[in-house]
Design a protein around this ligand. Sequence first.
Ligand SMILES: [Zn+2]
Length: 333
Amino acid sequence: MHSVRSWSLVAIAIAFIHPAFAWGPDGHRTVGTLAGKLIAGSNAATQVQAILGNESLADVAVWADCAKGVNQSTFKYEHPGVYPECKIFETPAGEAAMEDFVRRNATNCPLKPGEEICHKQYHYTDVAIQHQTYLRGFVGTRDDDIVAAVIATTHVLKGDPAPAPFNIKDKAEALRLLVHYVGDLHQPQHVGAVYLDARGNEVNPDTGTFDPGTATRGGNSIIVKSTKKNLHATWDAVPVSLTPSHVTTAWVTSAHAIAPTSGSDFDWPKRWASQSVAQANLAMSTLRFGPQTGTHWTVVLPAGYSAKMSSIKKVQLTRGGARLAQLLQDIWP
Ligand SMILES: [Zn+2]
């Protein structure tokens, strides 16, 4: 969503970045819906409701994307009426809350020239898919990436201050962000990335000298020939069967059956990210890319790819819902 970036503005200078619209609103709301059903009746559910009031986890799952509608120079929300899922936040107080968040999270991170405003960077990381694991320090990772963002919001919900560079003012803001970020962390294109040379051959950015021109911005710079959509957006979209109204009892049961992540909750996001890199590898290692033209590459998706995508999307949305529920119940046992 919020695909306001025009290709003419996307110069090679900003090759590191991508708009990061992870999962469309439906995917995020599905993660929130699953988690809400999984924690029903628990102390976590009581605490969530005390914080969110009339809003549900599914409602607030899109808040961090809606906040991208705040102009990054004037800090005014400028998308009223454009995105239906943002409507509930389009009150004077709601818009002021988004504007305040963006103002506090605009330039608080170490920004390289041409990089996106800080809060937009919280939504993703770009680990080369060859690694099949997430390790801070790999090209594409940052101290304010999606893994760090999940950890930061968890801290705030546990009563700690937000670790720098994050500026999260209270638990209500942290919870809205957490629901969204856990969703993003499970969108393979938000965590794993292919890096391509000018001929469209995959390269490993962590060997030799890194060339920023090889970054595909989470697939935003790769155009699917048949649809003219970029690969990132192709993964953001979910089929109707994976939308919130299709979260059946059977689906909730399968989410409930997902093995809880062991160890410290502050280590969980890294492990979930590693799994997403592996899923991105599964999703992209067999693709063949065309040579670079201007700022983008092309790809022809093979027969059966749509079904393969749908099955990975379902697995990842299910994990996202289950992990969000586990984290909330860890924060509020
Ligand atoms: Zn996002």
